[in-house]
Write a protein that binds this ligand. Structure first.
Ligand SMILES: NC(=O)c1ccc[n+]([C@@H]2O[C@H](COP(=O)([O-])OP(=O)(O)OC[C@H]3O[C@@H](n4cnc5c(N)ncnc54)[C@H](OP(=O)(O)O)[C@@H]3O)[C@@H](O)[C@H]2O)c1
Length: 286
């Protein structure tokens, strides 16, 4: 069994690291808020004091961090991954970031004698717990092959996108569409309710027609109940819309719908909904 490290034990990272431990791998964990390591330690993981210690001790270190700022700090910080990586050891950053973040990290890992993969994931808390994520990998091919046992534990498929940056871009495409779909779904339900339609009947029609999807089915009922337990924090959805819109700016690709959805998610953050599930954008729409 491999000797893995895991940095970042939030909603996703804690479930993913747990699956690695429960599959029998040796896993050393680190989290900025150290107490969050305790459940993993109780399951048999080891806790390290810094990202540097993890990267120096483990054959492959995975990271699942909030955003580009967190990814950079954990990697380039004084006690960061860069200070410990080398000797052919691997670093696999699974956070959702832009390619402007993942490419310099990849270059720095290679320059230090390590190997790098970006591997953002599609799928939320439940797929992370069930080990059924879609892992969008790009970067060092030998590392990609070497970490298959870990990807098998965390995901159900792991397409390979060659050059670092392409995995990040694929992930932003997925979430940009999802953010736009969510705001359209919320506006549609809000319009129907204000127009005197019954919420259950609205969903029944949507779920049986061309718009049927796991998102409409799962999130539609949350909207009607008005309960938004967090699987995917709204602040992260807004971050992904922001990064997708920025990529569109860079590539001169017009993104009218995504730009409008980004404004809606920004507004929801302003109304104090950042920590709720991204479905809570409904509250900012109604
Ligand atoms: N939740 C989902 O459904 C989902 C699905 C696919 C992809 N993602 C992506 O996966 C990543 C993690 O998501 P999540 O839902 O697990 O987020 P989360 O619960 O908010 O966890 C974020 C993690 O990043 C750490 N962190 C934040 N800022 C940091 C900093 N400056 N330095 C060091 N560590 C920092 C947090 O540490 P503390 O515990 O100390 O705050 C925590 O471990 C994000 O990029 C998100 O967009 C999420």
């Amino acid at each position: 069994m491999a000797n893995y490290g895991f940095l970042g034990l939030g909603i996703m990272g804690s479930a993913m690291a747990k699956n690695l431990v429960q599959a029998g791998h040796a896993v050393t964990v680190w989290n900025r808020t150290a107490e969050k390591c305790q459940p993993l330690v109780e399951l048999g993981g080891k806790q390290a004091a810094t990202p540097r210690d993890v990267a120096a001790a483990c054959d492959v270190t995975f990271a699942m961090l909030a955003d580009p700022v967190a990814a950079r700090e954990v990697f380039f910080g004084t006690q960061g991954v860069l200070a410990g990586i080398g000797g052919g050891r691997g670093y696999v950053d699974m956070s959702t970031v832009d390619d402007c973040t993942s490419r310099p990290i990849g270059t720095a890992v290679s320059d230090a004698g390590g190997r790098f993969l970006e591997a953002p994931v599609s799928g939320t808390k439940k797929p992370a717990e069930d080990g059924t994520l879609i892992i969008l990998a790009a970067g060092d091919r030998s590392l990609y092959e070497e970490v298959q046992p870990a990807f098998d534990v965390m995901g159900k498929m792991c397409p390979y996108f060659d050059t670092v940056g392409q995995g990040a871009r694929m992930k932003l495409v997925v979430n940009m569409i999802m953010g736009g779909m969510m705001t359209a779904l919320c506006e549609g339900i809000a319009l129907g309710l204000k127009g005197g339609l019954d919420g259950k009947r609205i969903l029944e029609v949507l779920e049986n027609g061309a718009l049927a999807s796991p998102m409409v089915k799962g999130k539609g009922s949350m909207i009607l109940k008005g309960e938004f337990p967090t699987s995917f924090p709204l602040k992260h959805m807004q971050k992904d819309m922001r990064l997708a819109v920025a990529l569109g700016d860079y590539l001169y690709q017009p993104l009218h719908t995504a730009a409008a959805a980004n404004e809606t998610f920004k507004n929801a953050c302003k109304y104090g909904l950042a920590e709720e599930d991204f479905t809570a954008v409904f509250k900012a729409i109604t």
